[in-house]
Write a protein that binds this ligand. Structure first.
Ligand code: ADP
Ligand code: MG
Length: 308
């Protein structure tokens, strides 16, 4: 996932372009609706509106269209705020499209604002990649993760810009939450095992569908923590290679312990039956072997990143 996972997930409003009415009016309407949403873009709108000293009344009820935007009724008007998908089938004014093309080619995420079928303008946002993501992806490759793929609901331009900045192998953009699930299914069919890392905003179903779902613990939503198999606490992607390596070490130790305990039993039974050892001795050896197994497992407590 891109927003909130590869990126910090705290986008900022970079441009406010009004094609009808004032910039303030545009931002105010957007804030009225977005104040009701928990999406990172929504928070950016509210922050910018506050920064400009605007005041507004929150919309009472908003309809969330996941991966697209929001709709509500405000002062008797139908308000829609969201990306191009939300307005599929409607024709966008030429000037608005020009602004949009310009902004998205500059790597911005854009959001259109419409009132009663009239487009009022577009807001642009920029989010920054997390520190050290490139190093994390390199490290993952080194420990044998074959391919890294970004699944984003954002537009292709932004996906590519962030993808190139962090060195991701492949970018799949403009995906709805359902598209993300389908993408995981296709990848699983091709590659067998797929891990999905997300913050739970529009990607929880995809995380559930992946072989291993990994949630960003701190920035992640409750849904993410509930669906995920693994949660990266402290919101630190650099724990990802560590989690993979620790899992492998755990599996290795489980295997060793299994062979050890089976081996002891397989040896002890015939030896005892043949009368080569007394029952007391057999019990002592068996108990001793369980201690070895426990101590072997406890080694994981001392597992550090340097062991990777
Ligand atoms: P990502 O996959 O990068 O994490 P999301 O799936 O969360 O992104 O969102 C995809 C797109 O859906 C956003 O880039 C935005 O255009 C639109 N969107 C989602 N929520 C909202 C909202 N509350 N208001 C406006 N647009 C939204
Ligand atoms: Mg996200």
């Amino acid at each position: 996932d891109k927003t909130g996972t590869l990126t910090v997930g705290k986008p900022k409003v970079t441009e406010v372009v009004a094609v009808e009415g004032s910039e303030e009016n545009l931002l105010k309407i957007a804030a009225t609706v977005e104040a009701r949403s928990a999406h990172p873009l929504a928070q950016a709108v509210v922050t910018e509106a506050k920064r400009r000293g605007l005041v507004w009344n929150e919309a009472r009820e908003v309809e969330t269209i996941t991966g697209q935007g929001l709709r509500t009724r405000l002062d008797g008007k139908n308000i829609a705020v969201g990306n191009a998908k939300l307005f599929a089938g409607e024709s966008l004014p030429e000037t608005l499209l020009q602004h949009d093309t310009q902004l998205t080619s500059a790597g911005r995420t854009t959001m259109f604002i419409q009132a009663d079928g009239h487009f009022l303008g577009v807001l642009a946002f920029a989010d920054t990649p997390r520190d050290g993501v490139r190093a994390v992806l390199d490290h993952l490759h080194k420990i044998g993760i074959r391919q890294t793929i970004m699944l984003t609901g954002d537009n292709e331009h932004v996906g590519r810009a962030i993808g190139d900045a962090v060195g991701i192998d492949e970018v799949q953009a403009s995906l709805t939450p359902e598209d993300k699930v389908r993408a995981i299914e296709v990848l699983a069919a091709h590659h067998g095992r797929v891990a999905m890392v997300g913050d739970g905003v529009n990607d929880a179903p995809a995380m559930a569908r992946a072989t291993v779902g990994i949630a960003m613990g701190g920035a992640g939503t409750d849904v993410a923590l509930e669906t995920a198999d693994v949660a990266l606490m402290a919101d630190d992607l650099s724990k990802l290679p560590f989690a993979v390596a620790l899992s492998r070490a755990s599996k290795r130790i489980i295997r060793q312990n299994l062979w050890l305990s089976l081996g002891v039993v397989v040896l002890l039974i015939p030896i005892t039956l043949a009368g080569l050892a007394g029952i007391g001795m057999a019990v002592a050896i068996h108990e001793g072997s369980t201690l070895i197994v426990v101590v072997n497992a406890l080694r994981l407590l001392a597992y550090r990143r340097e062991d990777m």
